[in-house]
Ligand binder design. Structure first.
Ligand code: VG1
Ligand code: CO
Length: 647
């Protein structure tokens, strides 16, 4: 029996063998453990997310991790290196140990772990890309050879020619990131696993589909017991023939940021006597980065930097940068969403309000930007960055291709790109869809309405990158476009946003989230919407309580969004329903792919106004919201039309 199982690459086990069999590996030190599949391990928009206690169930994490390795196949894993990192949430230490043991038994010989096990998602992407000499890190190999590269996404393979790059670093198979991102953490909250491939991007949908299929039939996993792995010091050690390389996760990322941005220009702003930056890290993974970047590099005062130390339960905060959960900085910045936007300055002299505030989620890939008395909605955020990028961010001066945005992100950026004569790509929700567009040099910048923005140097969205974009814009406006050197009156976020609206018009925008909806009720609602897609006239029959004669209610189209990946040609269907109205308004309905329990329905309302740009967001969207809620018959299907979160 020993021999039989010893040669098994793909787990397959008979029912009548003992629970655990000691039998394989060069030193006969690995075991094969019998397991039962779980039916619910379907990775969503970005990784697998469940309650922590679900992950703590017997073999739950083991099954999922072994399924990842099964999909990759033994030949791709053998003697390779793997990154394992986390955002510091509860259960991450146990999880790192488990993954190391499964990885080692599956043939991984080199494991990279950031110091203390904590790194941001974008920094992990940078680390993987640097190890594999991809993109701007290719100078060691591809740039010299002048060879045209096929994209990694084309083949889902790591270039197998060399295992080590010229300076001796091991190449990296990819990363397993232990995070549930903006979801809360703790024993009774959420845990998650994101998977990044060797291009540094989140695994594409066809890979995650295969992993899900594997989890449904898995009946064994491999394990090599290792003594407790330590990663609190930066050093390389060997633990039972496995190299454990503990790295500083900040170095490569910071180096890349310095290449991307003009730090000298930014410092004119951050060293200005009147300038104040505020930051909230929600006790997630960004704290050490924020200290290094803001305190050491940009020398801002630490007075308004909050929650930088990593805590497993994020001090009971919900690390989701939105107007509800980021209340501390919303209050500090005096943002009042119910008021109309005033184009006038109405700041009181005696109050100290920072010039800009950034709030990142636990894994550091999202960021909400606030200015004095203003919230920058994420769609405008992308558009404003797109507008200024070539002027003040060195990377975009020479490498500015197109831009991509997810379906529910308003087309504010489309207006900017139209002016520049550049392409805009509309993708489903989730960063993985942007990766192929980056791989093929179609885009340089991309973003989502959920506080995500990033560029083609990294394959993940990056919250601190977003803040650096804003610091660059403000520095440019104050010290290049104007000379505010000695002035105390700096041009701020609010003026920048208002100026943008004046030039391009404004997309009013609100998102409603209905959380914890029973799955079957959510399905029924979407089945109904699907009927509208097939036949618009169903609307007129089914939605009686509606004034169809009102010009504002005129429906132009009802579509179900589908997308074809430009590299893999994978077709993603049912990515959301969009209803367009004749009055420049639209409503989009989606099922969230990040909920850890039950279903979350997201409804996005938007309306464009060319000249009426300083009105209240709520008032302008009032009718659109009423229409949008009626048209999906939400009250009928889920019993309420009151959302759990409004952004
Ligand atoms: C949400 C956001 C989406 C984002 C995703 C992952 O997905 O809407 O824009 O890419 O989270 O972000 P969904 O399916 O729940 O709408 V993160 O920072 O949670 O990795
Ligand atoms: Co995140």
């Amino acid at each position: 029996m020993g021999n039989l199982l010893a040669i098994c690459d793909k787990p397959s086990i008979q029912d009548n063998i003992p629970e655990e069999v000691l039998l394989f590996g060069r030193h006969r030190d690995s075991v094969i453990v019998k397991t039962e599949p779980y039916a619910d391990q379907n990775p969503g928009t970005s990784g697998l997310r469940k309650k922590t206690k679900v992950f703590m169930q017997k073999h739950y994490l083991h099954n999922f991790v072994q399924s990842i390795f099964n999909v990759l196949g033994v030949s791709k894993i053998k003697n390779q290196s793997l990154l394992i990192a986390s955002d510091g949430r509860f259960f991450y230490k146990e999880a790192i140990q488990i993954i190391c043991e499964i990885a080692a038994a599956n043939g991984i010989t080199h494991i990279i772990i950031p110091k203390n096990g904590i790194a941001t998602t974008p920094a992990c992407s940078v680390l993987i890309r640097k190890r594999n000499r991809l993109g701007c890190f290719d100078q060691y190999e591809d740039r010299l050879s002048g060879k045209k590269k096929t994209t990694i996404r084309d083949t889902h393979e790591q270039k197998s020619s060399t295992k080590c790059s010229k300076d001796g670093e091991m190449k990296c198979l990819g990363g397993i990131l232990l995070t549930a991102s903006h979801n809360p953490g703790g024993e009774n909250e959420d845990f998650g696993v994101k998977i990044n491939t060797s291009d540094g991007g989140a695994a594409s949908e066809d890979i995650t589909n295969k992993i899900f299929e594997e989890t449904k039939k898995i009946n064994m996993f491999k394990l090599k017991r290792l003594k407790q792995i330590k990663y609190n010091e930066i050093k390389t050690q060997t633990v039972e023939n496995i190299t454990i390389e503990v790295v500083n996760p900040i170095t490569d990322w910071l180096h890349l940021m310095k290449q991307t941005f003009d730090f000298e220009l930014i410092k004119k702003l951050t060293l200005h006597k009147k300038f104040i930056l505020a930051y909230d890290g929600f006790h997630g993974s960004t704290g050490e980065y924020a200290k290094e970047l803001f305190l050491n590099e940009l020398q801002v005062s630490g007075k308004f930097l909050f929650h930088l130390n990593s805590k497993p339960d994020f001090n009971k905060m919900h690390p989701d940068p939105n107007l509800v959960h980021a209340e501390k900085l919303v209050e500090l910045m005096k943002v009042n969403m119910d008021e109309e936007e005033s184009s006038e300055k109405d700041e009181q002299d005696d109050e100290v309000i920072p010039d800009i505030a950034g709030i990142c989620d636990a894994d550091g890939d999202r960021c909400m930007i606030l200015g004095k008395q203003i919230f920058v909605n994420s769609c405008d955020n992308l558009a404003i960055i797109a507008h200024y990028a070539a002027k003040c961010i060195p990377h975009f001066k020479t490498n500015y291709y197109g831009v991509a945005r997810s379906l529910p992100t308003s087309p504010a950026v489309d207006r900017v790109m139209k002016k520049f004569g550049k392409e805009v790509y509309e993708t489903p929700t989730g960063w993985k869809y942007f990766v192929s567009l980056m791989e093929t040099n179609k885009i340089s910048l991309c973003g989502e309405e959920s506080f995500g923005v990033g560029c083609n140097l990294i394959r993940e969205k990056d919250g601190l990158f977003c803040i650096l974009c804003w610091l660059s814009i403000l520095a440019y406006k104050n010290f290049v476009e104007n000379d505010k050197k000695d002035s105390s009156d700096l041009i701020g976020v609010k003026e920048t946003v208002h100026e943008f609206w004046k030039e391009y018009g404004r997309y009013y925008y609100i998102r409603y989230d209905f959380e914890n909806v029973e799955a079957h009720k959510c399905c029924e609602l979407f089945e109904f919407l699907d009927k509208l897609v097939v036949n618009k006239s169903v609307m007129y029959e089914e939605i009686k309580d509606f004034n169809w004669n009102d010009e504002n209610n005129k429906v132009l189209s009802v579509e179900s969004f589908a997308y074809v990946d430009c590299v893999t040609k994978h077709v993603s269907k049912n990515q959301g329903i969009r209803i367009k109205f004749a009055n420049d308004a639209s409503v989009i309905y989606r099922k969230s792919g990040t909920a850890s329990t039950n279903a979350t329905i997201r409804i996005y309302f938007q309306k464009f106004e060319k000249d009426n740009i300083f009105a209240s967001n709520k008032k302008v969207l009032e009718k659109v919201i009423i229409n949008g809620l009626k048209m999906c018959k939400i009250k009928e299907f889920i019993g309420t039309d009151v959302p759990s979160v409004i952004t």
